[in-house]
Design a protein around this ligand. Structure first.
Ligand code: GLN
Length: 474
């Protein structure tokens, strides 16, 4: 079977009766098997995916198929799918099965997508390399000695290696965009509240958003259209109308684009990535767009602010995993207290425990004002400053990551070095804005370079239309 890189290709093969959903699903199942070494999939729903595919084939025959008919998709292991295991790559959820499905999962199924399996990720979505997982590090399909990025590393690797057409991930500080950049694909983080978080295992609830990882911008647009919108199960979700993102046209007017001077001047930025972005800026200017440098003096505050607030939220969200309600319980228990202590000590991985402790510390009575309250104030300043940017500009561009993927095992020892991976992506989460990573060019080391584009809140239509233009999608 030919490898499909876009849903349009799938649809045309199906409508010309060159293939069937069952055939497509079978060929992905085979590919997953052949790429077991990538550690992208945790579980493959072989029989179920094939029966879904058969049902969709029937619907296609009688003209009742939904918008995503024939799209084979896999989901990050922090999204609940009724009667299926979900673990957030953690021992603490060992054996746990979802009692309900995430809203996004229900919407995919209602649109006739075929769900083929669940994907490896960093434990509770905490990480930038998909090394914090009980299932083994995810390998980058472009170079198996390198990390795939995180925390949605399995979601990015699966799409890049052609193990399914699209995936869903979650993004709290860059977890969709950074692995997408590392694996050379497209990753979209919608505006905070655009997509219901119901059924997403919470990491930091005021940051978390679910979004697509795909080969093309068009497929991300289509998926967003299906998963976005009002939901009675998530009181934080926006009631704004969902646009037809997949049909959004790019207006002819020149775009006003800003780039943050301090980003391009930052010490850790790979000189070749810097050059590629500078060339892109010149190209855009030559095409008639207005591209200007702006200053953002809070760049150095982004990562610390992010880590104070997200660890605080995580320490609260993860309190529910107590050895009683869900999954894993230590065998080493004598009373209620030792049930909590030993189950949590044995069940959580090192990074998750580090963050729970840090979060508990910044929320503690003596330090609350010094850390948590201060970080909240800085977050507000960052939000205000970001909103100001979009008064004058349509888009803010930067590299997605300061460098291309690093070798597996090399950054694991110092968490603060790993935290700096998020330098260019966290602004969008702190402020809530939509942002995307698209592959723009290959590095001389053979890896891909991602361009990060951020837009004003709820301007996904413009963001996606412009990204299609940048990705040279017709
Ligand atoms: N790398 C960031 C972190 O470890 C982002 C994670 C995410 O977006 N889920 O928190």
């Amino acid at each position: 079977m030919t490898t499909f890189r876009s849903f349009k290709q799938v649809q045309s093969a199906l409508s010309n009766q060159l293939t069937t959903c069952v055939e497509i699903t079978n060929s992905y199942l085979q590919k997953i098997e052949e790429h077991n070494h990538l550690n992208a999939f945790i579980q493959v729903y072989t029989d179920e995916a094939l029966s879904q595919a058969l049902a969709v084939d029937r619907k296609l025959e009688n003209g009742t198929a939904g918008k995503l008919a024939g799209m084979v998709i896999a989901i990050k292991d922090n999204l609940c799918y009724k009667d299926h295991k979900v673990s957030a790559s953690s021992k603490i959820l060992d054996g746990f099965e979802s009692l309900f499905s995430a809203t996004v999962v229900d919407r995919l199924l209602a649109a006739d997508a075929i769900i083929i399996g669940r994907l490896n990720c960093d434990e509770f979505a905490m990480g930038s390399a998909n090394e914090n997982t009980i299932y083994g590090t995810v390998k980058n399909p472009l170079d198996n000695t390198k990390v795939a990025g995180g925390s949605s590393g399995g979601s990015a690797a699966a799409v890049a290696a052609g193990l399914c057409l699209a995936t869903l991930g979650s993004d709290t500080g860059g977890s969709i965009r950074q692995p997408a950049a590392f694996c050379g694909i497209v990753g979209l983080k919608p505006t905070y509240s655009r997509v219901s978080r119901y059924g997403l295992i919470a990491y930091a609830s005021s940051f978390d958003q679910i979004g697509p990882l795909t080969n093309t911008v068009q497929d991300s647009a289509l998926l967003l259209e299906v998963i976005a919108g009002e939901d009675e199960f998530d009181s934080t979700v926006s009631t704004r109308k969902v646009d037809e993102y997949s049909k959004a046209p790019l207006s002819d007017s020149p775009k006003r684009i800003a780039y943050i001077k301090e980003c391009l001047e930052s010490k850790g930025l790979d000189p070749e990535i810097k050059l590629v972005i500078e060339n892109k800026i010149e190209e855009l200017k030559a095409e008639g767009h207005i591209v200007e440098p702006i200053s953002f003096s809070y760049l150095d505050y982004l990562v610390p602010t992010y880590y104070v607030i997200t660890t605080a939220e995580a320490s609260s969200n993860l309190a529910r995993f107590d050895g009683v309600h869900y999954g894993y319980r230590s065998e080493n228990i004598t009373n209620l207290e030792s049930t909590y202590i030993n189950s949590r000590t044995e069940g959580f991985g090192e990074e998750v425990k580090r963050r729970i402790m840090l979060g508990t510390f910044v929320l503690s009575a003596g330090y609350h004002d010094a850390y948590f309250t201060k970080a909240q104030k800085i977050r507000r300043l960052i939000q205000d400053k970001t909103n100001e940017m979009f008064k004058d500009y349509d888009f803010v561009i930067s590299p997605t990551t300061p460098h291309t993927p690093f070798a597996i095992g090399t950054k694991h020892t110092d968490p603060t070095i790993m935290y700096l991976e998020d330098i260019f992506t966290v602004q969008a989460n702190l402020a809530g804005n939509p942002a995307i990573s698209i592959p723009i060019q290959n590095h001389s080391n053979g890896m891909s370079i991602g361009l990060h584009i951020m837009a004003d809140n709820f301007k996904e239509s413009d963001l996606l239309a412009f990204s299609k233009y940048m990705n040279k999608e017709g």
